[in-house]
Design a protein around this ligand. Sequence first.
Ligand code: SF4
Length: 218
Amino acid sequence: MSSITSLNKKISNCKKCPRLAVYIRDVAKNKVRRFKDEKYYGKPLSGFGDINARLLIIGLAPAAHGGNRTGRMFTGDSSGDWLAKVMHKHGFASIPTSQSRDDGLTLKNAYITAAVRCAPPQNKPTKDEMNTCFQYLEKEKEILTKVTTILCLGKIGYEAACKLFEVKPEKFGHNKLFKYDHIQILTSYHPSKQNTQTGRLTWSQWSSVFAKAKRLVK
Ligand code: SF4
């Protein structure tokens, strides 16, 4: 079994955070009305994409009715729609949508992961949960040896990236680039509905970040 397959298997069986293990199972059992006929995945999510990628994208955590339902990060919700569309536009994704695990989406030169692998209540993992889940990010870093650039979606993803590459976090903001000898870290607001529907993150700001990421990993 390849190292990424074995890591992903370990992640999907993880129950190290009791609160989250119960929560994702409960969400999967007590579905929202709009997805009442669907079978929820309801397990921790591994990352996905091109394991030879130079770009590593780090988000916060799966969404309760997005990734936790479909079984793939950034899939089946509006954040996933924004991400797939922009990645397709800039040549990182094979299709402009991300609807289900078997929709045929493949990534080129990019790998998507998150600071926390279980959907947390109110999208807020605790410090302990983030610290516990950090080991999986470390394992991915060991496996994804070609990564030169991290794109962090949101402050929690940024802090996880700084911890992973042992650099001091700077003030978080949209479209900031921090260059170090061993890594470059690019930041973006998260494409959550709270940001995209309020105008805090516009399509043009979002697309600019990926245009920059594209130049950085050429
Ligand atoms: S958040 Fe991470 S460490 Fe905690 S149970 Fe889920 S996969 Fe395991």
